[in-house]
Design a protein around this ligand. Sequence first.
Ligand SMILES: Nc1ncnc2c1ncn2[C@@H]1O[C@H](COP(=O)(O)OP(=O)(O)OP(=O)(O)O)[C@@H](O)[C@H]1O
Length: 249
Amino acid sequence: MTDILRVQTAVVSYGSVRILDGVDLRVTDGEALGVVGPNGAGKTTLLNVIAGAVATAQGRVFLAHEDVTRLDPAARCRRGIGRAFQIPRPFGVLTVLENVLVPAMHGAQLPTARAYERAVTVLERCGLLPLANRRADTLGLLHRKRLELARALAAGPRVLLLDEIAAGLTDAESEDLVDLILEVRAGGTSIVWIEHVMHVLLRVVDRLVCLDGGRVIADGEPRAVLDDDVVVGAYLGPQPGVHAKERTP
Ligand SMILES: Nc1ncnc2c1ncn2[C@@H]1O[C@H](COP(=O)(O)OP(=O)(O)OP(=O)(O)O)[C@@H](O)[C@H]1O
């Protein structure tokens, strides 16, 4: 299987504190990878390294065969790394449609007419077409999350990075979002998804990586990773017989 994304030996420090300590990560084309780990493990920092928002002091980031290590987030977005943030970041004064047009024109670099077509298709797919002319700052949380996803999709990502997008949603709303992400995945987009809501994550991902203290401590089949003693210990400390998944919300 071809790797669509590869991180080699990512190292990030803030002052004397090492946040990522030589992280290696591979995502094969079409794969959905979940990233878990206790608070402060370095998950968002890893996503920042992939997206280009934070530089790795060592190592490399590859998208397919291209070394993108020195590219900024906008250039990585144009090449196919899309991102949806935990806290949606729409342009509040723009309409829903305008919010999706921006990445279609500047991320996917489509000419205006095609950007409109892309925006309408994505809004329809995300269930937002009826709200196309609403100002983004008037939307409720689920719709803002959908818009966040729509903005990432409008850029036409080959790899979609998702950061705790189920946070704050009800179970029914999360299920709704999962159905949408499953559709995205079925369309061939690879996914790297950080999520604390484990039952939501498990509906989508093929593989889980667990980070702790800036290192990968487990990588494999999702249930096996969650049952791994090292992972259980990272979440709970030494409490034999209690599993990470029982403690995760
Ligand atoms: N810009 C920064 N300056 C200093 N420390 C930072 C910075 N960004 C992150 N950190 C620290 O790096 C560590 C890892 O943060 P990160 O957000 O990557 O963890 P995480 O695994 O995503 O955590 P959570 O699950 O709580 O979101 C934390 O201790 C955090 O406080």
